[in-house]
Write a protein that binds this ligand. Structure first.
Ligand SMILES: CC(C)(COP(=O)(O)OP(=O)(O)OC[C@H]1O[C@@H](n2cnc3c(N)ncnc32)[C@H](O)[C@@H]1OP(=O)(O)O)[C@@H](O)C(=O)NCCC(=O)NCCS
Ligand SMILES: CC(=O)OP(=O)(O)O
Length: 310
């Protein structure tokens, strides 16, 4: 697993623990002297961890050629050499070239800088037109396990994109033993309000049901109608999802990103992610507000995605 940000203490701490717990073989990207000095200052040892320095990497020319080929006319040799000194581009290329199984970054870098290399190089799986970012939300009780999506990538998805996000999120839920009941959220329930925004969610629901007729998917639903059985009875009595939803699809990124952070910071839920859905290889983006435990857990999930895709 590639860690492009080992000079961040949370990332370094998690990588050392993942190795000593025998869960993951971390590959740290950066200058070995700098990384070793930071580790020593924290009383950690990175002697048994692989460290690759882009400045001295012996397969750099091979990587440049593979990048130019992948970007087909979008990068010259000179541009590729500069771009690949960036730790996220370099780490993503290690995954693309099958020299590593996955990557976890984003503790320091913004989401855009973390995932742009993956969108450009790794790209989406056949049949998936866009990547999206889901959170696994864990409450205090075992039964409190939900997926929130898309909280991270698509700024204002159209109905088709939202429908695809709903279907991909249901598949992500299955990875965590959640039997998905997918609610496409809105400020309206079944036509109680009229607006372009509501029409988009209703249309996305129709498309999602067409894409995955076997799945329990419904919308447009307000959050209370999707989650609270008594409210569901009043607002959407015919729905097979209302009152029991466990996969919540937000209509655009503002509500998704705000919504997960409220559940995390006010509601006390653990938010693990964003787990990127629909990519050819597992690349994960942390929130910059993460702690060491979040890095540790997201790395295990990313490793799980790698194993499932083999
Ligand atoms: C994801 C994001 C960075 C992509 O934007 P961008 O860098 O402007 O991307 P571009 O439109 O230039 O596209 C770059 C490449 O990614 C691809 N791409 C963009 N969005 C994509 C998506 N959702 N799924 C798959 N591919 C995508 C494009 O097709 C393009 O590929 P190409 O270069 O091979 O043609 C942008 O949508 C974004 O900033 N989203 C919000 C991120 C954020 O701040 N989240 C909040 C915190 S988690
Ligand atoms: C997921 C997310 O919101 O990331 P960040 O906090 O880094 O912007």
């Amino acid at each position: 697993m590639v860690f492009p940000e080992p000079t961040d203490e949370r990332v370094l701490g998690a990588a050392v623990r993942l190795k000593s717990d025998n869960l993951i073989e971390p590959v740290l990207i950066g200058n070995p002297d700098v990384i070793k000095e930071l580790a020593a200052s924290r009383g950690l040892s990175v002697d048994n961890l692989e460290i690759i320095d882009p400045d001295t990497y012996e397969k750099f020319d091979e990587m440049v050629a593979a990048f130019i080929e992948r970007r087909k006319g979008k990068a010259t040799d000179d541009q590729a050499r500069t771009i690949l000194k960036d730790e996220n581009y370099f780490g993503t290329m290690l995954v693309y070239m099958d020299l590593a199984d996955g990557l976890v970054s984003g503790a320091i870098h913004s989401t855009g800088d973390t995932i742009r290399p993956a969108l450009q190089i790794v790209k989406t799986k056949p049949g998936v037109s866009r990547t999206s970012g889901a959170f696994l939300m864990l409450g205090n009780r075992d039964s409190e396990k939900y997926i929130f999506s898309d909280c991270a990538i698509n700024i204002n998805p159209d109905a088709q994109a939202l429908a695809e996000i709903a279907v991909e999120s249901a598949k992500t839920a299955e990875l965590f033993d959640i039997d998905p009941k997918v609610a496409l959220l809105s400020f309206s329930t079944k036509g109680s309000a009229k607006s372009e925004e509501v029409t988009k969610v209703a249309e996305a629901t129709r498309i999602a049901k067409e894409l995955a007729p076997e799945m329990a998917i419904d919308g447009e639903l307000q959050f209370d109608a999707s989650y609270v059985p008594s409210v569901a009875k009043q607002k959407a009595p015919e729905s097979d999802v209302a009152g029991q939803a466990n996969v919540f699809i937000f209509p655009e990124i503002q509500s998704g990103n705000i919504g997960y952070k409220i559940a995390q910071r006010l509601g006390g839920f653990q938010a693990i992610g964003p787990i990127l859905q629909g990519l050819n290889k597992p690349i994960s983006d942390l929130s910059r507000g993460c702690n060491e435990e979040d890095v540790y857990k997201l790395s295990i999930i990313t490793a799980g995605q790698a194993i499932m895709s083999k």
